[in-house]
Each structure stands twice: as C-alpha cells, then as structure tokens.
Write a protein that binds this ligand. Structure first.
Ligand code: ARG
Length: 269
C-alpha cells in the first residue's frame, strides 16, 4: 500500500566549504572546477523547496576541513528516533562521523550509537515500511548490516553493489512510499537483483541515462519526489503511480558524486 504525504524532518549541511580536491568515487574529478556560489544557490533552493512543501529542515554547521559534509545523508541513520552513527570508509571523511554524533547529542537524541563497523549512513541504508535495505560492496561493511539490524530491530536486506559509479545504495535505489521503490538493476549483483525483484515486483525500473544522471538519488515524502532534473525518464512512471516529481538542479554537487538524497538526511521520529 502506498503512503500519502507526511511532513518530514530533514537534516542538511550547506556546501560552504564544498570542493573536489580528492577523488573517492568515479564522479569526482579534481581537475574540473566547481562553481561554489552556484553550488550554494542550488543547495538553498533544495532547502527552501522542502520548507515550502511543509517539511522542517535543520541545518548542521559545515566545517572548513570537511568538504564533503554537504552530503549530510552519510553522517548517520535515524529510525524511531534512534541514531546509528556513521563510520566512514575513507580517511578524508572520517571526522564527519563525530560532528554528526555531537549534533544529535546536543539536540537531545538519547540513543546515539558509535558503530564498530563501517557504514556510511543513509548512503547505504534505506528504510521501507517492512525492511532496512542495506548496500555493501564499496563503502559500508557487510558487518554493518547485522549491527544495524540489532540496533534498530528491523529486518535488514543486504544488497551487493557491483558498479563503482553506483558506490552507495542511494545512487541506485530510492524508497518511495511504503514498500515501493525505484532502482537500477545493473548496479546490483545477479542475486541482489533477484531479491529486489522478489520484494518489489512492481518497482519502477530506471533506464541507463536516468540512473547515470543520479536520478535515483531522490527524496520522497510520500507524495512529492524531489530528484535530479537530468532524469526525465523517471517522471512519467512516478506520475503513473500517483507521485509528483519535482526536478531539482544540483549540477555542482554532482561533481562530488551526490545529488538530492545525498544532501538530505531524514530524521525519522
Ligand atoms: N563525495 C562523497 C563521497 O564520495 C559523495 C557522497 C554522496 N552521498 C551519497 N549519499 N551517495 O563520499
């Protein structure tokens, strides 16, 4: 069953210090210039759009030494008000984890776990009504899956990512309402594809160009789906299922290998 619109609480971090000076995914090319004022304007448009739709957006203060902090979704996973902290795969992002944990503690979240195993937050964890979908292969450790299952008490479905362009689960799969998803099968191993086909027989299947524009890096509030404008092939299938696609231009953040979803952590009560 499809869920309807509900007002959400999001955490975002402005790209004040965003730059591409190292490359930890195939999208990042340090020789390509980033237009920082444009990145900021695009990010503000996303934040303002959420607010205009009736969501609340909290803002995490960026740190000058952590250029990827704008990808706030990677800093933790929050379900039932419980916070599973992140542990990053690359040293360049390692310090982001503590910044997030501190923010959650300051905000009064009682349960904040510093994980033993590598997990990059909502980059690799996606929450549906029934499951916690969990990516592995490039960033999050397979051992983070049982750790998350134990912490949240939700059944984890492990999914193997096989294409380096789709290094995080949220670049290849997007949760819509309830147990409805859209995804790009070639990003997954044959076994994981079979699992997805079994769990989500009615899923929207993304075509190459839409996936390659990071079209699956989308955020759904049960009705609206905010997604990169470069993925128009997803608009009609979304409308057919009763969703309202909203195209966003995050061209500058794409140079870091992220888009709408990477910039948005959902704080689930
Ligand atoms: N440059 C960042 C990295 O490689 C991008 C992270 C994108 N975030 C995401 N949720 N996929 O870690």
């Amino acid at each position: 069953m499809r869920s309807a619109f509900t007002s959400r609480r999001y955490l975002m971090c402005p790209p004040t210090y965003f730059r591409v000076t190292y490359s930890i995914n195939p999208w990042m090319d340090p020789s390509k210039p980033v237009d920082l004022p444009l990145a900021l304007a695009q990010w503000e448009e996303l934040r303002d759009r959420y607010r205009a739709l009736g969501h609340s957006v909290e803002v995490l203060a960026p740190r000058p030494d952590l250029p990827d902090m704008v990808f706030a979704a990677n800093g933790a996973t929050v379900v039932d008000g419980r916070v599973l902290g992140a542990r990053f795969a690359h040293p360049q992002r390692a310090d982001e984890a503590a910044v997030h944990r501190e923010w959650f503690r300051d905000q009064g979240f009682a349960e904040v776990l510093e994980p033993v195993h590598i997990n990059e937050g909502e980059g690799d964890f996606a929450v549906t009504d029934s499951w916690l979908l969990a990516g592995r292969g490039f960033r999050s450790s397979p051992l983070s899956h049982p750790e998350a299952q134990e912490f949240f008490g939700r059944p984890v479905i492990g999914l193997d990512l096989v294409d380096p362009r789709y290094y995080h689960l949220d670049t290849a799969l997007s949760v819509l309402g309830g147990d409805e998803v859209m995804y790009y099968p070639p990003a997954f191993s044959p076994g994981s594809r079979a699992v997805l086909a079994r769990l989500f027989p009615d899923a929207i299947i993304a075509e190459d160009p839409d996936a390659a524009a990071l079209g699956l890096n989308a955020v759904c509030d049960g009705h609206h789906v905010l997604l990169p404008q470069g993925a128009p092939g997803l608009f009609e299938p979304l409308r057919e299922r009763g969703y309202e696609p909203i195209a966003m231009d995050l061209s500058e953040l794409l140079k870091g290998g992220g888009s709408v979803k990477c910039c948005t952590m959902e704080l689930r009560p």
